[in-house]
Design a binder for this molecule. Structure first.
Ligand SMILES: NC(=O)c1ccc[n+]([C@@H]2O[C@H](COP(=O)([O-])OP(=O)(O)OC[C@H]3O[C@@H](n4cnc5c(N)ncnc54)[C@H](O)[C@@H]3O)[C@@H](O)[C@H]2O)c1
Length: 333
């Protein structure tokens, strides 16, 4: 199949694009190489994961409607997978426009061009952040009490609301993927697990938000990629006009304190940290109800945090990576 992946220099996008090429698909990969974190990490992902399988990433900004329309019209993909976004919940007010540009304007451009070009299947990254603290635990796709804690989460909820309005009377079937705290090798340096590992490997500063009791449903990167692929295959059985939302999470929430203990035991060294006040954009606990993903894809993310972190730690200690960790962590805007 011809598949367009946006955000392909990013953490999830690069892992997904690599797998899709390996499975024999014709992949077009785009990214605008945003400077939210060190662009050299994105370049190194391409060099290590994508160039060996013969894939290049084209520099294209999805907030530019004409460029997006021309690209989709010229390649006529069977599937568009939109992962490009301003990720993370912590940007300050003066940078909030970045969420607007990529997650609202950029997202709408991709959605519109996908529908105009009658692309049969559209999948897009949403987030567990759409749920917010008022939703019942575990989070179910059918939850209606959605009050995101962050502007970021609200842009993802907006994507979920916008999609069916255009898909309904179209030739496209769509699926929103609610990811839950994805971690692993080649990950994002703004995330706690990455900063903890960097702290023990290269002694870079680690700011610990809150008292460590908040819990996350951690999802290993390869499980996320397996799920995206299985959910793309399943979407092919759906008719044009169909749209749904799927939790891509395993349902095993663990605390930040446990995360820190696990990193310490892997490194045989304490994570030293500076305690910082908890952030109101952080939900107290995320936990996926994985009944739906299990039902439609026959599987769900199931790598244990201890196992996935061990692989991440092993990656981080390679010399080519370890010399950069500190720089990558400090590059986060
Ligand atoms: N990693 C997680 O835990 C997680 C959890 C929930 C949702 N998500 C969502 O999954 C998607 C991928 O996340 P990730 O962790 O790989 O983040 P990432 O930041 O590593 O990847 C996103 C990529 O999109 C690119 N991008 C941003 N704006 C763009 C634009 N206007 N045009 C083209 N490219 C643009 C960035 O340069 C980046 O390489 C995002 O939509 C994110 O919001 C991720």
């Amino acid at each position: 199949m011809k598949i367009l992946v946006t955000g392909a220099a990013g953490f999830i996008g690069s892992a997904l694009a690599q797998r899709l090429v390996g499975a024999g698909h014709q992949v077009t990969a785009i990214d605008n190489f945003s400077d939210y974190y060190d662009v050299n990490l994105k370049k190194l992902r391409i060099k290590s994961l994508l160039e060996p399988v013969g894939l290049q990433v084209t520099n294209l900004d999805i907030s530019k409607p004409n460029e997006v329309a021309t690209l989709i019209d010229s390649i006529k993909p069977d599937v568009v997978i939109n992962l490009a976004a301003q990720a993370g919940v912590r940007l300050g007010l003066s940078e909030t426009y970045k969420y607007v540009e990529s997650n609202l304007i950029g997202f709408s451009n991709v959605l519109i061009a996908t529908i105009e070009n009658k692309v049969p299947f559209f999948l897009y990254a949403s987030s567990s952040s759409v749920y917010g603290d008022k939703a019942s635990i575990p989070y179910k796709e059918s939850e209606t009490n959605l009050h995101p804690n962050s502007f970021y989460g609200a842009t993802k909820l907006a994507n979920e609301l916008l999609t069916p309005t255009l898909v309904r009377n179209s030739s496209t079937a769509a699926r929103g993927l609610r990811f839950f705290t994805v971690y692993g090798p080649w990950g994002r340096p703004d995330m706690a697990y990455f900063r903890m590992i960097s702290n023990v490997v290269s002694e870079s500063e680690f700011s610990f938000y809150g008292d460590g009791s908040i819990e996350r449903d951690f999802t290993y990167i390869q499980d996320s990629v397996d799920s995206i692929i299985a959910l793309t295959d399943e979407l092919k059985s759906r008719k044009p006009g169909y749209s749904d939302l799927v939790n891509v999470g395993g349902g095993r929430p663990l605390s930040m304190n446990y995360l820190m203990e696990t990193v310490s035991s892997l490194a045989n060294k304490k994570v030293s940290f500076k305690r910082v006040d908890g952030n109101l954009s952080d939900a107290v606990k995320t936990m996926s109800d994985s009944t739906y993903i299990q039902k439609i894809s026959g599987t769900k993310p199931n790598t244990k945090l201890e196992e996935g972190l061990a692989k991440t730690f092993e990656w981080a200690t390679q010399s080519e990576i370890s010399i950069n960790l500190d720089k990558w962590v400090n590059s986060v805007k």
